[in-house]
Design a protein around this ligand. Structure first.
Ligand code: ATP
Ligand code: MG
Length: 279
């Protein structure tokens, strides 16, 4: 696979103004490949959002570098291009909504790209349809729930048709059904539209669908690999304060009761298939 993002020895610390320095990232090295679905997880404060904010140059490394499509985020002349390639969806949708009507909000990004009006119209329609929120088209974002606002914010990013979308805990405000639906949409965008996805999440249910995942702790990458590889490292997972997927927990409980199940079960489908084999 082609390399899309390359993070080289990235170090970052916040300087909150009281003279203190808060070290948030400590020598991160990683790559993101074109078309992959990467999940980033780790406890609160482990550095996930700080890392993500470097992908489109919102934060600048204290040392090291980040290359996107071969361009450095430190190169001011390339920043606009980098931001066109990478769409960001933040934890709090309020910071991202700018217009008083949903469809205008979703059109904001494509308008800034200088696209012709017909293209903008069709992209807005497509984004609203993809996220199943056409019914909100003429609403004011102020009158929407947090979850609905988050979907509008995602539609705005999608309408710009970026090569890569970075989503920082996008399902925090969503109910279980909307959470499931959004995950399905994310998977579809990745598999059908070929959009590279970087999903920051605390939900192991979401992590199991990715191609590759990284686990962060204290500003460092502590584990990386496919979800199957990562969840086999049980002691480390517990030490890093993570959960196991429900199917993994169930399988461990059933093994404890004497059922002969393999150790690498992470999805409900895998658990069902293995249970059927026992008959
Ligand atoms: N604006 C800020 N000013 C000062 N310190 C900050 C700021 N934002 C984050 N930090 C610190 O940087 C470290 C990494 O924070 P970051 O927000 O990247 O973690 P996170 O993994 O995204 O956490 P969460 O799961 O809670 O979203 C933490 O120690 C945090 O306290
Ligand atoms: Mg965060």
């Amino acid at each position: 696979m082609d390399k899309f993002i390359e993070v080289i020895n990235l170090t970052y610390s916040y300087r909150p103004g009281n003279g203190n320095e808060v070290k948030a990232l400590n020598g991160i090295n990683m790559k993101v490949f074109k078309g992959e679905f990467l999940a980033v997880t780790g406890q609160n404060g482990s550095g996930k959002s700080t890392l993500a904010r470097h992908f489109n140059g919102l934060l600048k490394p204290r040392s090291g570098n980040v290359l996107v499509g071969g361009f450095s985020i430190l190169d001011k002349n390339r920043l606009a291009e980098i931001r066109k390639m990478i769409g960001m969806v933040f934890q709090n949708p309020d910071n991202q909504l700018v217009s008083s009507i949903v469809e205008e909000d979703v059109a904001f990004g494509p308008e800034n790209l200088g696209l012709p009006p017909e293209t903008i119209r069709s992209r807005v329609g497509w984004a609203l349809e993809t996220l199943n929120i056409e019914n909100l088209r003429r609403e004011s974002p102020n009158n929407l729930s947090e979850g609905q606002k988050q979907l509008v914010a995602i539609a705005g990013v999608l309408a710009m048709k970026p090569e890569c979308i970075v989503l920082d805990e996008p399902t925090t405000h969503l109910d279980p059904r909307s959470r499931r639906e959004l995950l399905e949409i994310i998977i579809r965008l990745n598999r059908e539209e070929g959009i590279t996805i970087i999903l920051l999440t605390h939900f192991m249910k979401e992590v199991v669908f990715c191609d590759r995942m990284i686990v962060m702790d204290l500003g460092e990458i502590k584990i990386s690999g496919t979800p199957h590889e990562v969840f086999e490292k049980t002691t480390e997972i517990v030490r890093l304060g993570l959960d196991f997927p429900v199917a993994t927990q169930l399988a461990a409980g059933l093994r404890g009761k004497g059922l002969k199940l393999p150790g690498n079960i992470i999805t409900t489908e895998e658990l069902i298939a293995q249970l059927c084999l026992l008959k």
